[in-house]
Design a protein around this ligand. Sequence first.
Ligand code: CTP
Ligand code: ZN
Length: 156
Amino acid sequence: MPDSLKKKLKLKVSAINNGTVIDHIPSENLFKVISILGLQNVKSQITFGANFESEKLGSKAIIKLSDVFFEDDEINKISLIARNAKLNIIRDYEVVEKRVVEVPDKVIGIVKCFNPKCITNNEEITTHFTVISKNPLDLKCKYCEKITHEDQMVIK
Ligand code: CTP
Ligand code: ZN
């Protein structure tokens, strides 16, 4: 099969003119990514798909946002649940930049504190963690000082 045809068949979601393509999201976390980035408030075109074949992830999801460009600290919020996500910045139909997401130094909201007695699990208080290890992830709670490890992480 010619490469040009392969590429067309691969393109299950239409190309965009200008904006951001978030690729290589684990399929099961697509809707969490949408919610963490607040994409329900975006007024321009959004297309997304899940359960696409991926060599690296087995199954991946993809989100295409027309005319939306993210600041680093905004996009890094998804690093906790889409570690291998790749950002493609599109201008005039061409990929002009590729970026990876990075785990930030602080995590505010998003994750629940593992400690059931923590005030954030008992009152309406936004969680706040310092990242003390990035791989594997270890988050130290500002309120109870307990560590939430990666394998205990629950996304709010
Ligand atoms: N894309 C798009 N609209 C464009 C150009 C690209 O929606 N005008 C999307 C492609 O569908 C792909 C992503 O942006 O999902 C990255 O495009 P490209 O770099 O051409 O694809 P790959 O080489 O497969 O990317 P990588 O292996 O780096 O993920
Ligand atoms: Zn806590």
